[in-house]
Design a protein around this ligand. Sequence first.
Ligand code: HEC
Length: 191
Amino acid sequence: MKRRYLRPIVPALLTLSAVSAIADDTALLNEARAVATSIPPKLIAVLKDEIAHGGPEGAIAVCRDKAPQMAKAASAQSGWSIRRVSLKNRNPKAVPDAWERAVLEDFERRAATGEAPETLEAGEVVVDAGKKSYRYMKALPTQTLCLACHGSDVEISPAVRTKLQALYPDDKATGYALGEIRGAMTIRRPL
Ligand code: HEC
C-alpha cells in the first residue's frame, strides 16, 4: 500500500484528543520542514562559489566537511538531529535505517508517478523501542550543479573521479541524472 505521510485520512468522527494530536503534528511538521529546508540552499551557495573558484575537485571538501558542519550547527541550534542519507550512499555512514529506507523508496514511487521531486517530504510520529520521536525527511533532487560529482562518467572529470575513488572506495553515489532523487535530509526529535 502506498504510504501517504502527509495526507492523513481524517475520519468523520474525531475525538478531541485525536484533533489535538493532529494539531500537534502540524506544528511539528512545520518546524521540521523549516529546519530541514534551512541547510540545502546554504550548502548549494557554498558549493557554487567553491566550484567557480577551484573547480569541482576543489569543492569536494565542501560536501565532505561543510555539509556535516552545517548539520551539526543547525542541530545544536534547533535541537533536532540532522543528517543526510541515500539509497546509493557515498559516505559509508549515510546508510538509511529501516524507516528512512521505506520513506526513500516511497519518494521514488511518488516521483515515478509524476510528483515533483523537490516537493517530496514525509513526517510522522514514530515509536521506536518504546521511545516516541517525530521524524521528517525531505528529498534532495539532483540539480545540474550536482552532476560534476554525482553524474555519469562523462560528467565527472578524471580529477574528480580520482579524488572520489581515493576518499570513497565504496562510492555508490554516481550515475545520477538531472531530477533524480540523490538522497534526503533526515531529521528527528525526541518527543
Ligand atoms: C564537488 C563535488 C560534489 C558536488 C558538486 C555535490 N556533491 Fe554531494 N557529495 C559529495 C561528497 C564528497 C559526498 C560525501 C560527503 C561525506 O563524506 O559525508 C557527498 C554526499 C552527498 C549526500 C549524502 C549522502 C551520501 O551519498 O553520502 C547527499 C544527499 C548529496 N551529496 C547530495 C548532493 C546534491 C543534491 C548535490 C547538488 C545540489 C551535490 N550533492 C553536489 C560531493 C559533491
